[in-house]
Design a protein around this ligand. Structure first.
Ligand SMILES: CCCCCCCCCCCCCCCCCC(=O)SCCNC(=O)CCNC(=O)[C@H](O)C(C)(C)COP(=O)(O)OP(=O)(O)OC[C@H]1O[C@@H](n2cnc3c(N)ncnc32)[C@H](O)[C@@H]1OP(=O)(O)O
Ligand SMILES: NC(=O)C1=CN([C@@H]2O[C@H](COP(=O)(O)OP(=O)(O)OC[C@H]3O[C@@H](n4cnc5c(N)ncnc54)[C@H](OP(=O)(O)O)[C@@H]3O)[C@@H](O)[C@H]2O)C=CC1
Length: 515
């Protein structure tokens, strides 16, 4: 019997961010491995015209939850959605709901965050710092609480090269920032933001670092642990391989590359691609929850959920495998044939952006205009290039994350727990994982049918022919223009023609002699 699964049985568990990528997989695994848990409270806000109930209905009826329903048919009864907006005071939770949460919760998983790199400082602090503080305050009033798990990111200290499993101090106290945001107006906040974040690459990673500091400062006598995942990718094994549901991180770039929009990336090929499957992060999170509640470590332990030091893969290897998968299972209606040119050189990157991205987009928009349609490719290309440039920082560097705590935990698990809550990425086969990942992007994000693969392959063949035709025509036009204007080009042309003529004459003469 799994000790971890047994620990969560009969428990009331509060999850923030349960409607997000990580939160959904966490909820799924909890329900599948501990179907007799008491209840999962999830803090949800209405979104995109959907009520709470509609959102939950959609999630629980998605493919991700199919296996859960086999072991936990009453899954709808196990989830209790509570209206909450984490950017509001007291999360805008009703009095009755708050009372229930305070008196019943045994375990908290705090996953909610704004993960946008370009969010405003005010909103990012509200979500990633103030909300964490407020949740800790709530936690301190929960008599039955056994453990509080805070999900951070391995990049919260990405201004350092070597990162230990400790909480690093930030140059400015989180409390001072929270206080000053209350009276500063938005324009001033945006002006001071770059000065505040210093050598952090974006507001997201900076506010996640502040969030960790808040956890340390406000932990009181709570039993807390922090999980720091690196780049969270599609599921590796559970509930099935390749599940993804948003365009964050690598997902958007895989789509852009598979559809032939993005053909070059400013990336350091040898830099470590520190991807970690979402189910691995979830398994570690649940194991940490159990360990922290049962063993009650004296201080707040940090656990790195990273792959680089266990089983490193670099961006080159990843790019090659992504491309190989596009050959086997291409995406439908690609704009151009997929190709990935990784370069760390600024000049080459500018060149590829002009030739491989902007020029085809402009040409295509001209074609759309000429055929009476609305141009859209340049806009889309600008958005893709903006996204790629935002991620550049992470694909041009490598970090070393120490993993003492994660390894210690691995050794503490029983063989059964090591199997059910496996977070040992040494067993991960990257080639297989990436293939399933790309397939998952096609199936679950793009919602493309596998039956369309032959047609997609035909389309790529047509694109290849168009590519060859276009290049040949372009070469002939440029050459013709050069010959008309430059003596040197004429000389080169004369040289090539006479060389070919002599070669052919020699070849003809030698074959006549042989006869
Ligand atoms: C062979 C090639 C190989 C490729 C593999 C290489 C992979 C390299 C990957 C490196 C990843 C590094 C990640 C580092 C993560 C750090 C770890 C964390 O904790 S970070 C945690 C993770 N956090 C992150 O990863 C956050 C990163 N993302 C951001 O911060 C923002 O998206 C942004 C600032 C980049 C763009 O903002 P903005 O321009 O305002 O654009 P919006 O967002 O508002 O989207 C507008 C609309 O477009 C849609 N759409 C968007 N992109 C794509 C796409 N590619 N396609 C299709 N659709 C796309 C989008 O759905 C939306 O649709 P709708 O809803 O309107 O219908
Ligand atoms: N994805 C990654 O690569 C990595 C993620 N992480 C961390 O993992 C955690 C989960 O990330 P991930 O699942 O990818 O992110 P998502 O963006 O998929 O999910 C974020 C979650 O937070 C919720 N949320 C955001 N704002 C509010 C609000 N005002 N009130 C209530 N809920 C809110 C969202 O709800 P809603 O659905 O309503 O928007 C959603 O459930 C985060 O803490 C992130 O920092 C760490 C490293 C890498």
């Amino acid at each position: 019997m799994s000790m971890i699964a047994a620990f969560y049985s009969g428990k009331s568990i509060l999850i923030t961010g349960a409607t997000g990528f990580l939160g959904k997989v966490l909820m799924e695994k909890l329900l599948r491995t501990s179907p007799d848990l008491k209840v999962i409270y999830i803090l949800v806000r209405p979104k995109a015209g959907q009520t709470l109930q509609q959102r939950i209905f959609q999630i629980l009826n998605s493919k991700l939850f199919e296996k859960v329903k086999e072991v936990c048919p009453n899954v709808h009864e196990k989830i209790r959605a509570i209206y909450a907006d984490l950017s509001q005071n007291d999360f805008a939770i009703s009095k009755e709901d708050m009372q229930e949460l305070l008196s019943c919760t045994n375990v908290i998983f705090h996953c909610a965050a704004t993960v946008r790199f370009d969010d405003t400082l005010r909103h990012a602090v509200q979500l990633n710092v103030t909300a964490t503080r407020q949740l800790l305050l709530m936690a301190s009033q929960m008599p039955k609480l056994e453990v509080f798990i805070h999900i951070s990111t391995a990049y919260s200290n990405c201004n350092l090269k070597h990162i230990d499993e400790v909480i690093y101090p930030c140059p400015v106290e989180p409390k001072k920032i929270i206080d000053s945001l209350e009276w500063l107006d938005d324009a001033i906040i945006e002006e001071i933001a770059p000065k505040l974040i210093r050598d952090w690459p974006n507001i997201y990673t900076y506010t996640k670092a502040l969030g960790e500091m808040v956890v340390q400062q406000e932990s009181r006598n709570l039993n807390i642990a922090i999980i720091r995942p690196s780049i969270v990718g599609a599921t590796w094994q559970e509930p099935f391989p390749g599940w993804v549901d948003n365009v964050n991180g690598p997902n958007g770039l895989i789509i852009a590359a598979g559809k032939g929009f993005l053909r070059a990336l400013k990336a350091t090929p040898k830099a470590v691609a520190d991807l970690i499957p979402v189910d691995t992060v979830v398994n570690l999170t649940l194991a940490v929850g159990w360990y922290t509640a049962v063993h009650r470590p004296k201080s707040t332990l940090v656990y790195h959920s990273t792959s680089g030091n266990f089983n490193p893969c670099n961006w080159h290897k990843m790019g090659v495998q992504v491309l190989a998968t596009f050959e086997k299972i291409p995406f439908e209606r690609a704009f151009r044939r997929p190709y990935a040119n990784f370069t760390s050189n600024n000049f080459t990157s500018l060149y590829w952006n002009a030739v491989s991205h902007r020029a085809p987009a402009i040409i295509y928009d001209c074609y759309l205009r000429l055929t009476g349609r609305k141009p859209r490719m340049t806009k889309l290309m600008n958005q893709i290039l903006r996204t790629a440039s935002m991620l550049e920082y992470f694909i041009n560097r490598s970090w070393e994350w120490s993993t003492y705590n994660t390894e210690m935990l691995m050794s503490e698990l029983s063989p059964e727990d090591q199997r059910v809550f496996n977070f040992d990425v040494r067993q991960l086969n990257w080639l297989e994982y990436i293939e399933n990942y790309v397939l998952g992007v096609k199936k679950y994000l793009l919602k493309e049918d596998m039956a369309g693969i032959p047609e997609a392959k035909q389309h790529l063949k047509r694109l290849r022919n168009i590519h060859y035709l276009f290049n040949t025509a372009l070469f002939l036009i440029v050459w013709r223009l050069l010959i008309a204007r430059s003596q040197m080009a004429r000389n080169v042309w004369f040289f090539i023609v006479s060389f070919c003529y002599k070669f052919l004459s020699y070849f003809r003469a030698s074959s006549t002699l042989k006869v």
